[in-house]
Design a protein around this ligand. Structure first.
Ligand code: SAH
Ligand code: SF4
Length: 373
């Protein structure tokens, strides 16, 4: 009989499972705290769990975590882990230490089907969704490798993971059913105990799932806008043809309705030289965001092999940013981190065996990266 893997079950599911075993809910909570809070994958080490229950768990259950392949550390302190998944696939996770916080950027899919024109993950094609266990294991490994076995929220210092962002490989809302339990584990006091303002889901704009998420969990939302008009956004973010800007903005407004005054949507805007970085776009962006609870994060384009896009000159980005700020739209520019280990935004490629688009099976990006994993 195969054992049930408890890794990746949120509290509700774990409690249901324990009830089926005739065990009290608080026992499930204890086990959950050991797994995530203390990074333990061995029932024997769970010292406050009764001996008889530990023996029973050994028989029927397991804590099975995916395999970690490599860990790289950049000269700027950024770290990158590669997680090996079945079928020869691999995904990447990045940790970005900053003065006042430590952000872990996690992946949610092997590749991505949405094919944004400037995104290296998108150019690789799509293989499959990651499971909740695979998604949450990225946080589990990073925590273990950097902080040992203390609960995240109790750890102090530079290396602590204080924030988790779904900005790695994949479109999190296209893998809704596996991502939501992962979010619940991140927020749960018996899980990783992160504050809801410190977990951010980034989406290219899957409107129906933005609404569903709003009903189910309370986390920060980042939206990959990248263009202020449908004409341009259709070209950069093809899903815009299905959910155009007017529908996207309405969904954003619904998402923060009723939330605290300081709640806002973070609009991501990749800066592509000569494509979306002129004053024409800056003005249109101000018009679009005026009166909305919005912050803009400009992301200087990170190049990858075989792309025709270029990063604009620093001055051009600064001018764009200053225009927004001086016209009532709060904007910041994302600093590029982890360049030397290919860990910057949009550079996460892992190893994706594309199953969707044949032409990408021979993608130079994938071939180029094969040696890297
Ligand atoms: N699929 C989600 C989250 C992953 S991408 C989304 O699209 O929002 C995280 C952010 O990095 C997105 O805003 C994405 O558009 C941006 N990005 C993708 N490729 C990039 C590149 N080459 N340079 C800079 N940013 C990029
Ligand atoms: Fe997918 Fe996001 Fe990349 Fe677009 S930017 S292809 S949605 S990962």
């Amino acid at each position: 009989m195969s054992k049930l893997n408890l890794f990746g079950l949120d509290r509700e599911s774990l409690r249901e499972q324990f009830a089926a075993w005739d065990e009290k809910p608080y026992r499930a909570d204890q086990v959950m705290q050991w797994i995530y809070g203390r990074g333990v994958d061995d029932f024997a080490a769970m010292s406050n769990v009764s001996k008889s229950l530990r023996v029973k768990l050994e028989e029927v259950a397991e804590i099975s975590v995916p395999e970690l392949v490599t860990e790289q550390i950049s000269t700027d302190g950024t770290r990158k882990w590669v997680l090996r998944l079945d079928g020869g696939n691999a995904v990447e996770t990045v940790f970005i230490p900053e003065k006042d916080r430590g952000t872990l950027c996690i992946s949610s899919q092997v590749g991505c089907a949405l094919d944004c024109s400037f995104c290296s993950t998108g150019k690789q094609g799509f293989n499959r969704n990651m499971s909740t266990a695979e998604i949450i294991s990225q946080v589990w490994f990073a925590n273990r490798s950097m902080g040992g076995n203390k609960p995240l929220h109790e750890m102090k210092g530079r290396r602590t993971i204080s924030n988790v962002v779904f900005m790695g490989m994949g479109e999190p809302l296209a893998n809704y059913n596996e991502v939501i339990p992962a979010i619940k584990i991140l927020l749960d006091d018996f899980g990783f105990g992160l504050s809801k303002r410190r977990v951010t889901v980034s989406t290219s704009g899957l409107v129906p799932f933005m609404d569903r998420m709003h009903q189910e969990v309370d986390v920060a939302l980042a939206v990959s806008l990248h263009a202020p008009t449908d004409e341009l956004r259709n070209e950069l973010v093809p899903i815009n043809k299905k959910y155009p800007i007017s529908e996207l903005m309405a969904a954003c407004d619904r998402y923060i309705e009723g939330k605290a005054q300081r709640a806002h949507i973070l609009y991501e805007y990749v800066m592509l030289d000569g494509v979306n970085d002129s004053m024409v776009e800056a003005k249109a962006l101000v018009k679009l965001l005026a009166g909305r609870q919005a912050k803009v994060n400009l992301i200087p384009f990170n190049p990858f092999p075989d792309t025709e896009y270029k990063r604009p000159q620093a001055l051009r980005i600064r001018t764009f940013c200053e225009y927004l700020n001086s016209h009532g739209v709060i904007a910041t520019t994302r600093r590029t981190r982890g360049d030397d280990i290919d860990a910057a935004c949009g550079q996460l490629v892992g190893r994706v065996k594309n199953r969707q688009r044949q032409r990408l099976g021979e993608s130079p990006v994938r071939l180029y990266r094969q040696g890297a994993v």
